[in-house]
Write a protein that binds this ligand. Structure first.
Ligand SMILES: *Cc1c(COP(=O)(O)O)cnc(C)c1O
Length: 233
């Protein structure tokens, strides 16, 4: 059997176990297959194995693969740092954008989305625990960014995303996941439509179980699905 199928069931099983520990329904966790450096042919196998939500970090790479895989029932998520001049292509191919971290980007995404007939679902990326990172809005400025994006008709804010600093021991990442969850609660109190704010995109191959225990609804999984990128690139 293709190891991909085994990887998918192993991850699903680990998600189920993590959900059981905190009495959540496993249906509330979406596994996003992160396909950077993974070939379109390999991705096709992933889709057969049941991974229908896919995430890419680079717009050009996403476009190339999305074109190659057109016709499959894939939902594309953009999860990398997004430059405003790539907003148009991102909107063309993606249903979800996880990395809205500034108002100028949101406005450009909105402008592009308004030209199409559908809303783009967005997450606001928060900088937590990593002052070095250039991506993400600092938590104290999140309410202000949220108000601005909430007012844009072409976008629908659905939650928050974070990429905390790498820790060997996933337990050390738990406080960051908890912080993101708490920030989502604060935004709900501020939101005009709090029921839309349901998503927490957090957790990767080495720490997704902790993320699920802390409320993740979208886990972004690359290597645990497709294998190590240094060999698959
Ligand atoms: C690469 C990447 C992932 C997946 O990382 P793995 O450790 O391979 O699971 C998740 N999120 C983002 C933003 C990434 O760039």
């Amino acid at each position: 059997m293709d190891p991909l199928f085994r990887n998918v069931s192993a991850i699903q099983e680990r998600v189920r176990a993590a959900c059981a520990r905190v009495r959540r329904s496993p249906d509330s966790v979406r596994i996003i297959g992160v396909t950077k450096t993974v070939s379109a042919e390999r991705i096709r196998e992933g889709v057969k194995a049941g991974i229908l939500s896919l995430g890419e970090n680079y717009v050009q790479e996403l476009r190339r693969k999305a074109e190659a895989l057109e016709g499959l029932d894939i939902t594309w998520h953009f999860i990398g740092h997004l430059q405003s001049n790539k907003a148009k292509t991102a909107v063309q191919w993606c249903r979800w954008i996880h990395t809205v971290d500034r108002e100028s980007l949101a406005r450009e995404l909105d402008r592009q989305a308004q030209k199409t007939s559908r809303k783009i679902l967005v997450l606001l990326q928060v900088k937590i625990g990593d002052e070095e990172s250039k991506s993400g809005i600092p938590a104290e400025r999140l309410p202000e960014l949220f108000s601005a994006v909430e007012a844009l008709d072409g976008l629908q804010v659905r939650g928050l995303m974070a990429l905390p600093p790498y820790e060997e021991d996933p337990e050390r990442t738990r406080p960051y996941f908890r912080t993101l969850h708490r920030l989502l609660g604060h935004l709900r109190r501020q939101a005009r439509a709090p029921e839309d704010l349901t998503e927490l995109s957090m957790g990767m191959s080495h720490d997704f179980e902790v993320a699920v225990e802390e409320g993740a609804t979208m886990i972004r999984i690359g290597t645990a699905l497709f294998g190590s990128r240094s060999t698959s690139a």
